[in-house]
Write a protein that binds this ligand. Structure first.
Ligand code: UDP
Length: 334
């Protein structure tokens, strides 16, 4: 079986590539390396069953060629990270909406199976937790940049569902809730790699707002197991699933845990949203976001296995390694 992984040089994508190769599958990665890194595919690129194309999902020729050569398409390429979205709202919206449409057109043309990576941002500020797959989307006005990201992924979901209903495409959608672990870049605002890097650099740990907002974090290895289960089970066809942990922690407590695990001397610094995102950005944060994961558990038997301290320890180990000075040349394509 050959899997096309768009965004396969990214954080989740590269772990999925490794897992598929280890199980004997063929993999084709399409990534424009905007946020993905070749270093994430260091081992995979040496593998005879792994092909890599540097290209964008916005390029219909690249997409057509890649889909034609594949049996299953896993669409992970997207603009991610709150900071990235806030800094590049138009480009992010285009990448997600046009990219999704171009992919689906090609997938339909060749009659392939389609997996869409979506996000818990879909639910917006619905605090009626736990969030079920059919919970309402609660959004602020479209002028608030954050909601444009939620909307772009909702468009992807709607297109996917319409292609299934009207064109008979075989599809499955996963909504990821705060996936964390090795290879996640601290550059796009995600809180755990950001706090870990600050702790290891003995810089203040920046906690936005009063730190009482909470999240549930899932190890990337558990996320990959969920993707594999969703792809392999015939009963997931046409369905949408939450993928996350239901262990909730406030960001302030999280920062304290990062301090403990790293043994840093850094203090925790409360930073207002205006300071973090600029005045007039109209930034809105989510107060809580807890998934109901009973559907994926019932259909595939999947559960989140890795406890939060281990997630943080793994992130610390990877970040320490990444921060070590080295004389290596940047990795080049073979
Ligand atoms: N956050 C924080 N400090 C940071 C980065 C993020 O306190 O340096 C907060 C952010 O405001 C949010 C939570 O951590 O409440 C999770 O943020 P992230 O961007 O990782 O994910 P998302 O908001 O998409 O759940």
């Amino acid at each position: 079986m050959r899997y096309l992984i768009t965004g396969g040089a990214g954080f989740i994508g590269s772990h999925l590539v490794d897992s598929l190769l280890a199980d004997g599958h063929d993999v084709l990665v399409v990534d424009n390396l905007s946020t993905g890194r070749l270093a994430n595919l260091e081992a995979a690129l040496m593998h005879p069953r792994c092909l890599f194309t540097q290209g964008s999902v916005l390029d219909p020729y690249v997409v057509d060629d890649a889909v034609a050569q594949s049996d299953v398409v896993v669409h992970l390429a997207a603009a991610v990270g709150v900071e990235m979205i806030m800094a590049n709202p138009l480009r992010s919206f285009h990448t997600n909406v046009r990219g999704g449409e171009i992919l689906l057109e090609a997938v339909h043309r060749y009659g392939r199976k389609f997996f869409l990576a979506s996000t818990s941002e879909i639910y917006g500020k619905n605090y009626n937790v736990p969030l079920h797959e059919d919970s309402d989307r609660v959004l602020g006005p479209p002028t608030i940049t954050r909601w444009s990201y939620s909307t772009s992924k909702a468009v992807d979901e709607i297109l996917t569902n319409l292609y299934r209903e009207e064109r008979g495409l075989e599809t499955v959608i996963a909504r990821f809730f705060n996936i964390v672990g090795p290879r996640q870049s601290p550059s796009y605002g995600m809180v755990i790699p950001r706090l870990v890097r600050q702790a290891l650099s003995q810089e203040p740990l920046t906690v936005y707002g009063d730190g009482n907002q909470s999240r549930c974090f899932l190890h990337v290895v558990d996320a990959v197991a969920a993707i594999r289960g969703l792809l392999d089970s015939p009963s997931t066809a046409g369905e949408t699933f939450n993928v996350g942990s239901d262990h909730e922690i406030s960001i302030l407590k999280l920062a304290e845990m990062v301090r403990e695990v790293t043994g840093t001397t850094s203090d925790i610094q409360l930073v207002s949203y205006e300071e973090a995102f600029g005045t007039g950005s109209g930034f809105e944060d989510m107060v809580r976001r807890v998934p109901d994961i009973s559907k994926i558990a019932a259909v595939t038997g999947w559960t989140a296995r890795t406890p939060l301290p281990t997630i943080i320890e793994d992130t610390v180990k990877a970040m320490r390694h990444q921060m070590e000075p080295c004389d290596d040349q940047p990795l080049r394509l073979p």
